[in-house]
Design a binder for this molecule. Structure first.
Ligand SMILES: Cc1cc2nc3c(=O)[nH]c(=O)nc-3n(C[C@H](O)[C@H](O)[C@H](O)COP(=O)(O)O)c2cc1C
Length: 168
């Protein structure tokens, strides 16, 4: 298989200047298999109704798993969950092995030790080039204390506290 072209590489590098958090989006397939993929394209879309979105690569081994599902959960990773981010970013192996998952809306696995979980029902799917955008309505969510795992220029990192921008 061909790797990315020089032009794709350059665009990816420039896009990598935008720092994000890291999530694992999970679902359960029609045959009852859990599936999950590491995702940094997660973002909030609407408060009323409560909508979030993320983008799934057509090249992903998880493409099929997410095609017919009605539910997904977004698990926001904590700073110490880099191994989990890597486990759900590489094909092969069972990233769920040894994890004590709970089951959320639609039987979707909820991952332990995370900063937040958003249980969603799929509302829309939009085709966008080599990715598909999935918009989900949030039906339940919870948050936990901790520090976030960040992704910036192809590397994982931690948040460094600074001033609040709106502080007088
Ligand atoms: C930090 C990080 C963020 C990622 N974000 C996305 C994403 O938003 N959408 C996506 O389809 N793949 C994303 N990926 C890639 C997938 O997690 C996965 O590595 C890739 O799809 C290849 O594995 P697969 O074929 O088993 O899915 C990301 C990977 C990493 C490490």
């Amino acid at each position: 298989m061909n790797g990315p072209s020089a032009a794709e590489r350059a665009l990816r590098d420039a896009l990598g200047q935008f720092a994000t958090g890291v999530t694992v989006v999970t679902t359960v397939t029609a045959s009852g298999e859990p599936a999950g993929i590491t995702v940094n394209s997660f973002t909030s879309l609407s408060l009323t109704p409560p909508l979030v979105l993320w983008n799934l690569s057509r090249k992903s081994a998880n493409w099929e798993a997410f095609q017919d599902v009605e539910h997904f959960a977004v698990n926001v990773l904590a700073a110490d969950q880099e191994p989990m981010a890597l486990a759900f970013a590489h094909p092969g192996g069972d990233p769920f092995a040894g994890l004590e998952v709970e089951k959320g809306l639609g039987g979707v696995p909820l991952l332990p030790g995370v900063l937040a979980q958003f249980e969603c029902e799929v509302r829309n799917r939009y085709q966008g080039g080599d990715h598909e955008m999935l918009i989900g309505e949030v039906f339940d969510y919870r948050e936990f204390d901790g520090e976030p795992l960040l992704f910036y220029r192809g590397n994982f990192g931690r948040f460094r506290h600074h001033t609040r921008p709106w502080k007088a």
